[in-house]
Design a protein around this ligand. Structure first.
Ligand SMILES: O=C(O)CCC(=O)C(=O)O
Ligand SMILES: [Fe+2]
Length: 308
């Protein structure tokens, strides 16, 4: 746990040893509060017919792209001090590969089990050949971050201490490991309890996930930075940044935000678009197409009367 002006090198030392660390007092409560107000607005209703809101991809959670919150939110997503820590830990330039504001409802069952984000052969798109090699996996290829937008304990982000050193030999899914291996990994699980505004940094290669099952709601911004030296200037999907916000970004922030970068998944196919496959989608789409029917009907009648 690092608070205040602690040296970057001691943060990186801890991060490299244990695979995670918690940073406190990075952001002022004013900034966090104003991001929360923006988040609440978007979390009130789902996006329908272009009206702003959250994305629904399953029952337990609501998602919002944090860049759409705008303003002070960008200071969290592209914090220069965090970028400095991430780049020192990677020993490379980084790029923001993915980010998401996530509200977990606390449904009382496990829907996001512990996992590793990388293993040998990893790739996000079928177009990429071969996938991640062992030599690449030995480097800090990806660093995730969770920014707590409320005090968090039950349901908090959890990390299996030092498991980034295992390099997930049987893959990303914990179920692929035998009982003994699973017990060994899970016995190292540390629940990262934290305060509103805390930021947890974690090595993507280690086993991690939310503390589930949990009956507690949780609100966090999740970020993922990739190692540019190993994975290229490539994002999982491009970032939707408002023109008014992009004007305030420094050169370093623009670089990490991925201005001019390549991407693996087109925005129209990215995970948040899953509702297109929901059985209710055609009906809701039909309702939307009729949403202004009464107005249309009145205009048509008026027009007819005018003609006669
Ligand atoms: O929701 C969480 O706490 C885990 C997120 C996660 O696994 C990730 O961002 O890679
Ligand atoms: Fe993950």
């Amino acid at each position: 746990m690092a608070t205040g002006n602690i040296e970057i090198s001691s943060i990186v030392d801890c991060f490299k040893k244990r695979g995670f660390c918690i940073l406190r007092n990075l952001f002022t409560s004013d900034v966090i509060d104003s991001v929360c107000v923006r988040a609440e607005r978007y979390l009130a209703k789902p996006t329908i017919a272009g009206a702003p809101g959250y994305w629904q991809v399953d029952h337990p959670k609501k998602l919002v792209h944090p860049f759409t919150l705008g303003g002070p939110t960008l200071g969290l997503i592209l914090n220069e001090r965090v970028i400095e820590i991430v780049e020192e830990a990677m020993d490379s330039e980084c790029i923001l590969a993915e980010c998401m504001l996530k509200f977990d409802k606390g449904v009382g069952y496990t829907y996001f089990p512990m996992h590793s984000d990388f293993s040998i052969g990893w790739s996000k798109s079928s177009a990429a050949s071969g996938g991640l090699t062992l030599a690449q996996l030995k480097k800090v290829v990806g660093i995730g971050a969770a920014i707590y937008l409320a005090d968090t304990n039950t349901g908090a982000f959890s990390y299996c201490d030092s498991t980034h050193k295992f390099l997930a030999p049987k893959g990303q899914n914990l179920n692929a490991y035998n009982n003994e291996e699973q017990q060994l990994i899970l016995s190292r699980k540390v629940r990262c309890d934290g305060l509103k505004g805390d930021l947890v940094l974690f090595d993507d290669r280690g086993f991690h996930g939310p503390d589930q099952p949990s009956n507690t709601e949780r609100l966090a911004i999740l970020l993922d930075y990739f190692h540019v030296g190993e994975l290229g200037r490539t994002q999982v999907s491009p970032m939707p940044i408002w023109s008014s916000d992009i004007a305030h970004l420094s050169e370093k922030q623009l670089r990490v935000a991925g201005v001019g970068a390549d991407f693996m998944v087109p925005p129209s196919e990215y995970a948040h678009t899953r509702f297109q496959k929901n059985p209710w989608y055609p009906l809701i789409a039909w309702l939307v197409s009729r949403a202004y029917f009464w107005q249309h009907f009145k205009s048509t009648i008026k027009h007819l009367f005018k003609r006669t």
